[in-house]
Design a protein around this ligand. Structure first.
Ligand code: ATP
Length: 210
């Protein structure tokens, strides 16, 4: 589902990702584990097409991301570390907006909304304003916008950071369920997180997979 070869990125003189190779097969939950500054976020930003690499190749579902970005990105759902939420919108309005951004017609978006709300446990808060929700619920909305178009590949950047223990447990359960139908790649600096959710793990340090 994801294949990366020789992926590299520097910020000026600072090497952030130093030519990594990575393969994530279909239907796996894959963890990228590393300390702060290891290069995890830079890697995820490149493999979601948000940041142009200095070198290397990225294939998503067999599609070259750098040469056919729109086609490849249609297969990806992405939750950045800070969820891209419009805090003044209701949950439903925001998710419809996310679905429309993904090119769905109104009728498709309404059906996708109902299914996604159910998958993410958001049925009771559809009409609530996002800014009034707890952090755990805001994280669910962030995951919902990432999966509303049924992507084959779901990319989650530190999905449980800043949540309380109950919220962490709920989000981890949700991520495990997502792994039944999609390939999931997530970054974390918590060993316990990869142990409890992931099928496979790669450890990253100073821009290298070790
Ligand atoms: P964290 O968990 O702290 O986000 P990370 O493993 O995700 O860490 P990155 O955010 O990818 O790591 O950062 C890798 C290196 O690149 C770090 O040394 C960081 O300071 C540097 N870096 C990241 N973004 C930029 C930027 N926009 N400009 C300059 N340097 C950057």
């Amino acid at each position: 589902m994801i294949e990366i070869r020789g992926l590299a990125k520097s910020y000026g003189p600072r090497l952030a990702v130093g030519g990594i190779d990575l393969v994530v097969p279909r239907g796996r939950i894959f963890g990228l584990l590393g300390h702060n500054g290891a290069g995890k976020r830079t890697t995820l930003q490149m493999l979601t097409g948000c940041l142009l690499p200095d070198g290397g190749e990225i294939e998503i579902c067999g599609i070259d991301l750098l040469h056919q970005p729109a086609l490849a990105k249609a297969h990806i759902g992405y939750l950045p570390e800070t969820p891209p939420l419009y805090r003044e919108l209701s949950v439903d309005d925001y998710l419809i907006f996310a679905a429309r951004l993904r090119g769905m017609k109104h009728s498709e978006a309404a059906a996708a909304l109902a299914q996604t709300r159910q998958r993410c446990g958001l049925e009771a808060v559809g009409r609530k304003i996002i800014g009034t929700l707890s952090k755990g619920y805001q994280q669910r909305v962030g995951i919902a916008q990432a999966i509303i178009h049924h992507p084959d590949v779901i990319v989650l950047d530190e999905p449980t950071v800043g949540l309380d223990p109950t919220q962490i447990r709920e989000i981890r359960t949700l991520i495990r369920e997502l792994g039944d139908s999609s390939s999931v790649i997530l970054s974390t600096h918590q060993l316990g997180e990869v142990e409890s959710i992931c099928d496979r793990v790669q450890i990253m340090q100073d821009g290298k997979l070790i």
